[in-house]
Design a protein around this ligand. Structure first.
Ligand SMILES: [Zn+2]
Length: 433
């Protein structure tokens, strides 16, 4: 099949997926899963649709391996965030092709990648290809809200259906240009969300006679200030050195790179900053419920993200030290994610092999995502090696401004490149050992 067909076929499938409104909530991902299943069936690929509720279907398709080689999953989600048509210059669920782009909600996050993965699997099936291990395509519901209808449910309810040694998912493939070098990001991990709350106590009373009470809200003020000023614990992330070398900053102080690049290369600064260590940001304060009651208790909730390998005990110790002299209680209110696949695996080498095809001279820059993706469910449930990667030559500043925003669109050149990339990964990982 010639390249022009890859481009047309992927763009068309993406447009069809965009026309199926899977705004979450309510999701209605089953309609998208059925569309993919019919498309795959025409290529001779069998799939199953499973869901916790009828409308929330996840698609799992498979080209069984000929032997016991490692299994590879191409992962994606079919739900999207909502779209306000008034902000858009085209109808958000039109799937319009214009100026070399396919327009519509989900084009970048992430129906474009789902389309490229699906077309790659269909093309391989049509030519009768089979790998040494299973090739699995998994298009799940409910990533954007994450209320338990998607991959978190699937790994618990149907582990045998979705177990995989290697996974390629969203969360990487951005183009970074810096100091005359070009690198493409690979999401190798996610930070752990370890939000905590600090409570301080006083004595409640009527606000009309304030001197009789001990106002806990006032005691919270220095806590907010110290949490904002605090330097959270740092950690050595080995992949950070690989990242810096890829962008020509070998040996530089990473914190200095972040400070220097914030204006000059904000995409680079934003990728490096989460890899320095923990971050802490005070976000919610709670005190009195009525204007005329002086609160006897006030609470500050802080967002906190730690690198894989760091512990919450380390954070608690640092926070308590920062709050020395202020009587307080510390409570962890969230503790999820924080997984990593090291960048020295057979799958990573396969990604590296493809880099020159994306752009001559390009290298790969492994990074840890500050937020998180479905990859952590696969790492936690099965110990899978999971990376976020779909190469995109599109300007990352433009792409970043379109995700979850108006006029979201995917470049047809990138869609073609992505399908070629997924073909490469499946073939290379499916080779007998
Ligand atoms: Zn997404």
């Amino acid at each position: 099949m010639i390249a022009a067909d890859v481009r047309t076929e992927t763009s068309r499938l993406l447009a069809e997926l965009i026309r199926i409104d899977t705004t979450n909530p309510p999701g209605n991902e089953t309609a998208a899963a059925e569309h993919l299943a019919a498309y795959l069936a025409a290529a001779g690929v069998e799939s199953q649709i499973v869901g916790r509720e009828p409308g929330r279907g996840c698609l799992v398709a498979r080209i069984p391996g000929t032997g016991d080689g490692p299994s590879l999953m191409l992962l994606g989600h079919t739900d999207t965030v909502g779209a306000d048509p008034e902000e858009w210059s085209v109808a958000p669920h039109s799937g319009l092709e214009r100026d070399g782009f396919v327009w519509g909600r989900g084009a970048l996050d992430m129906k474009g990648q789902v389309a490229a993965e699906t077309v790659a699997v269909a093309m391989l099936a049509r030519e009768g290809w089979r790998g040494a291990g299973d090739l699995i395509l998994c298009a799940v519901a409910d990533e954007e809200v994450g209320n338990g209808w998607g991959l978190s449910w699937l790994v618990e309810a149907h582990p045998d259906l979705v177990r995989a040694d290697y996974v390629v998912n969203e969360g990487g493939g951005e183009r970074l240009e810096h100091r005359g070098r070009v690198a493409y990001t690979v999401g190798i991990g996610e930070k752990r969300c370890s939000a905590f709350a600090i409570t301080v106590r006083g004595k409640s009373g009527h606000a009309s006679t304030p001197s009789a009470a001990d106002n806990a809200l006032v005691k919270l003020a220095p806590v907010i200030d110290r949490m904002q000023r605090m330097r959270p614990p740092v950690a050595e992330l080995p992949a950070l050195h690989t990242f810096l070398a890829a962008v020509g900053e070998d040996g530089a102080d990473p914190a200095e790179v972040v400070a220097r690049c914030r204006a000059e290369n904000p995409i680079l600064a934003a990728a490096v900053e989460p890899m320095l260590g923990a971050t802490i940001a005070p976000t919610i304060s709670q005190a009195s419920t009525a204007v005329n009651i002086i609160p006897g208790r006030a609470r500050l909730v802080c967002d906190c993200r730690i690198l894989p390998g760091m512990t919450t005990a380390e954070i608690e110790q640092a926070v308590r030290a920062e709050l020395a002299g202020i009587e307080h209680e510390f409570e962890l209110v969230e503790n999820v994610g924080g997984t990593l696949s090291p960048p020295d695996t057979p799958l990573y080498r396969v990604l590296e092999e493809f880099a020159p095809e994306i752009e001559p001279g390009a290298s790969l820059a492994p990074f840890v995502n500050a937020g998180f993706t479905d990859s952590h469910f696969m790492r936690e449930a099965f110990g899978s090696v999971a990376y976020g990667f779909m190469p995109m030559r599109m300007d990352p500043l433009l792409a970043g401004s379109l995700v979850h925003s108006a006029d979201e669109r995917a470049s047809m050149d990138d869609l073609e490149l992505a399908t070629r990339f997924f073909l490469h990964v499946a073939r290379a990982m499916g080779e007998p050992a």
